[in-house]
Design a protein around this ligand. Structure first.
Ligand code: TXA
Ligand code: MG
Length: 354
């Protein structure tokens, strides 16, 4: 299959023509990669089982990992799911935006889309290109991240091309993604009192608690070992995920100890990289600096994470060293992804290491 690569230009007439063509592809059961504010999505009609089958095939995705469904506005959930008051309270505050809410599904959504589950994840993206594709096609859109299964999600159109050239109909290039990590996925507690975070994202627990009386974080989000052992409620969390070919060495230690460890451990390695804030590059004398942005800037580090992991492979690095971020607040989503990129292995070093 030939994959068309089309740039969104910002000129209304040109972009309308591109979106009209992309919408035709969706309506006839084809696949279009589309920018969202989180990561690029691999979009197909959520009403056609054949589109979902093509998505699983293009990604090499395990058949038991459900797709989320994207809609233009919160009320559009009515046709595909059973909503409730809490859904609308959350939608009012966080949609459009990086939040996916799991609801009981209606029959109009083929079971292939939800991998046989009787629930469906609903998301209303704020990116104008994604929004326009949903509106113009008139279909709710099933879209997982547009990467090959297991590797870091794409945050620009070139990443998508690397993974999907020849496997899908079209790629819409809308530039870099603003957020860089996938949406927060939540399920609503049965008694209507609160919600549980199944996958952390830019909508944090603190933000959700402005609307929900009770916000719980699923144990599998924070405890790396659980990701592989128990059956997580969000199937995607159980797979080895976000991993580059390079070995990600994740260190839980004070900054000075991290520096010492890297100096010593890298002595025998030819090609390695270090995740480092803009301010801290001076501590290292060798290795490729993979800049995470200003120190303590969780948003910037999140925006760059997947792109840095892909760069490590482009540069054929053998190892990438990174410091374990806090498992809380704005860093929780970054923590969750980098722990998986490291295959859930964390090296803990105390002050006595030197
Ligand atoms: O930001 C995002 O959410 C991006 C953009 C493209 O919208 N999409 C995305 O989709 O990350 P995907 O398929 O890569 O990740 C969806 C996650 C998976 O971990 C999946 O297991 C979980 O959501 N999920 C989907 N439907 C679910 C359901 N009914 N119950 C529990 N978890 C579900
Ligand atoms: Mg994904």
């Amino acid at each position: 299959m030939k994959t068309e690569f089309l740039k969104i230009t910002g000129h209304a007439a040109d972009d309308e023509a591109i979106l009209a063509r992309a919408a035709e592809v969706i309506k006839r059961g084809g696949l279009v990669a589309v920018p969202t504010e989180t990561v690029y999505g691999l979009a197909g009609s959520a009403l056609l089982a054949e589109s979902a089958e093509k998505i699983y095939a293009a990604k090499g995705r395990p058949a038991d990992n459900p797709l989320i469904v994207h809609i233009a506005k919160p009320e559009d959930a009515e046709t595909i799911a059973y909503t409730n008051e809490l859904y609308y309270a959350l939608a009012k505050r966080f949609m459009p935006g990086p939040l996916t809410i799991i609801l009981p599904k209606k029959d109009i959504i083929p079971s292939t889309v939800t991998a046989g589950m009787n629930t469906v994840g609903i998301r209303c993206p704020s990116n104008p290109v994604a929004h326009a594709l949903i509106e113009v096609s008139g279909h709710p859109i099933a879209a997982p991240s547009a990467n090959r299964s297991g590797i870091p999600s794409p945050t620009n159109a070139v990443h998508v091309l690397e993974d999907m050239d020849g496997r899908i109909d079209m790629i819409l290039d809308g530039g870099d993604c603003e957020i860089g990590l996938e949406s927060t996925v939540i399920k609503l507690d049965e008694d209507g009192s609160g919600c549980t975070i199944l996958r952390p994202g830019a909508v944090t627990a603190d933000m959700l608690s402005q609307v929900c009386a009770k916000v719980t974080i699923s144990r599998a989000v924070i405890e790396p070992s659980l990701a592989n052992d128990i059956k997580p409620e969000s199937p995607g969390m159980k797979y080895k995920h976000y991993a580059p070919k390079a070995e990600v060495v994740l260190i839980d230690a004070p900054e000075d100890v991290f520096v010492n460890f890297v100096r010593r451990d890298s002595a025998s390695i030819r090609r390695y990289g270090i995740f480092v804030s803009n301010e801290n590059t001076g501590y290292f004398t060798g290795g490729v600096m993979l800049l995470t942005g200003p120190r303590n800037d969780a948003k910037e580090a999140s925006r760059r994470l997947f792109s840095l992991l892909r760069r490590a492979d482009e540069m054929e690095l053998e190892k990438v060293y990174a410091l374990l971020p806090p498992a809380s607040g704005e860093y929780l989503a970054y923590y969750n992804r980098i722990v998986r990129a490291a295959g859930c292995r964390i090296i803990k070093l105390g002050n006595n290491y030197n």
